[in-house]
Write a protein that binds this ligand. Sequence first.
Ligand code: R5P
Length: 282
Amino acid sequence: MLVKGPASPLLCKRLENKIDVETTEVKTKVFPDGEIYVKLEGDVQDRDCTLVQTTYPNRHLLELFMIQNALKENGAASIKVIVPYYAYGRQDTIFDNGEAISAKAFAKRIGVEADEFCSVDLHSEEIVDFFDIPAQNVSAMTKLAEHSMEVKDPDLLIAPDEGAKDVVKEAALSVGLEWDYLEKTRIDANTVEIKPKNIDVEGKSAVILDDIIATGGTMTEAAEQLKGSGAEEVHAGCTHGLFVDDAEHRLDSACDTVFCTDTIEQEKSEVSVATLLVDEIV
Ligand code: R5P
């Protein structure tokens, strides 16, 4: 049974259209004091259930835990949790003494009332090891690269930093495009230079791909650098489009177009991860 988490209605609909599976809706409401209520509409007793629920913004994380509990308490035979966007993934280690490892804390909590876990483009591959249940990470980067080829017709793909280098390289190779990444070089105490490491972008069309766009700061800076290096067109794509505050406005002025997937449902969700997740349900 597909349990349609309230955070992912469009993705759940797309999944439902692709597979012959029984589904249940989840009713939610917020009490006057801000507390959240969830109720499974269908009967999950003795059913193998797959819950799809993304975790941005914060309230959807709370809903996730409560729906897992509802499944457990109402007798689901097994619970698979698909979290298209796994929030808190960027805090995956102690960077400064005294910090929590949020990516680990939530992995442990999810594992208490689930048998399996799956996500899309976790911020780091190591996060799967935080789970005490079988966990896997699927990547949407190739899908983003294919979409770029169809709609943007770029000359190359660019990773905005070294962290995104490997996934962008893999995506570029899968569609036969050139790729590069932006490298920061410190010129002196007050000056850094950011430019493509190997490739001259003069007169070219580039798509920058990253896992997350949050404030848009990384993408905006990357796009401005590429334009400054003579790129003719710069498009920005990501798996998880959070678009915090005025991110879309900033991005729209720096990039020719901006697109993301439906792991977080946005106006710019031009790419669906449904085909990547179908196999996780059937
Ligand atoms: C960072 O490690 C991530 O891969 C993204 O580059 C980052 O989260 C983007 O954040 P923002 O849009 O706020 O610059």
